[in-house]
Design a protein around this ligand. Structure first.
Ligand code: SF4
Length: 237
């Protein structure tokens, strides 16, 4: 499946403009997960990612042709131990999956990837997600900051969760605190959401009638969307 590939390419071009640090997923030590949503009060907080009106964005892309060969975490800008006050923030996940047209598990990856963002609970790292604005804000507790929480450890938590989804083979987690890059990437979140919604409709059995389809503006812009619809129809026969 290549329908997110253009956005992945644009994302990586933008990421490459920053100060990028790479950590292999296998060498990252997971941060303790509290198992459920945890409240970090403002008075207990060290800082907020995406707080004080700073830009923040979150999106997840799927590809069957990832340009990475193992799980990895990319940090663009300051890592958590170097953050001293509220800062811009982006968290982007790129999932390398099995071929969508041949494996039902990859369909599941599309449906379940949204679910993951609500089900990772690093201790002292309270995530607030806005589905309408595509923002993801995080309040980091002073206790977690003192204990050395970092994007590599939080990234390892996300990777483990994404890899529980059948069909997901490799994960690249990107954490960005460089404000200019966060701002440049923000418009991608809506495009990704449009693609995912269209794909979900296709998988739910939408008729192939482009002239009367409300998804047409998305399919006109995204290479491979009509092919995905044809594939889904063939599979359904
Ligand atoms: S391929 Fe045509 S019918 Fe299918 S979702 Fe796109 S515009 Fe709609």
């Amino acid at each position: 499946m290549n329908i997110y590939d253009k956005i992945i390419k644009e994302t990586m071009l933008e990421v490459g403009k920053g100060d990028v640090r790479r950590i292999g997923g296998a060498s990252a030590r997971p941060w303790p997960d509290s198992g459920s949503s945890e409240l970090v009060m403002q008075r207990e907080a060290a800082f907020e990612l995406g707080g004080s009106g700073k830009p923040s964005v979150n999106y997840t892309c799927v590809t069957t042709d990832p340009d990475f060969s193992e799980d990895e975490i990319l940090i663009v800008g300051r890592d958590l131990p170097a953050v001293r006050s509220d800062t811009a923030f982006a968290r982007i996940a790129i999932l390398g999956t099995e071929e969508l047209g041949e494996d039902e598990a990859a369909h599941d990856a599309i449906r379940k990837m949204e679910f993951v963002r609500y089900h990772v609970f690093p201790k002292g790292y309270m995530v607030r997600v806005s589905t309408t604005s595509y923002k993801e804000q995080v309040r980091v507790s002073a206790k977690a900051a003192r204990a050395g929480i970092s994007f590599s450890s939080v990234g390892a938590d996300y990777i483990a969760r994404y890899k529980e989804i059948p069909g997901v083979k490799k994960v690249r987690m990107i954490f960005i605190t460089d404000e200019q890059i966060v701002e440049a990437l923000a418009p991608n979140a809506k495009k990704v959401d449009d693609i995912t919604k269209t794909l979900t409709h296709i998988m739910d059995g939408l008729n192939l009638d482009c002239s009367h389809c409300s998804m047409k503006p998305v399919c006109d812009e995204v290479d491979g969307m009509r092919e995905e619809h044809l594939k889904a129809l063939k599979k359904g026969k």
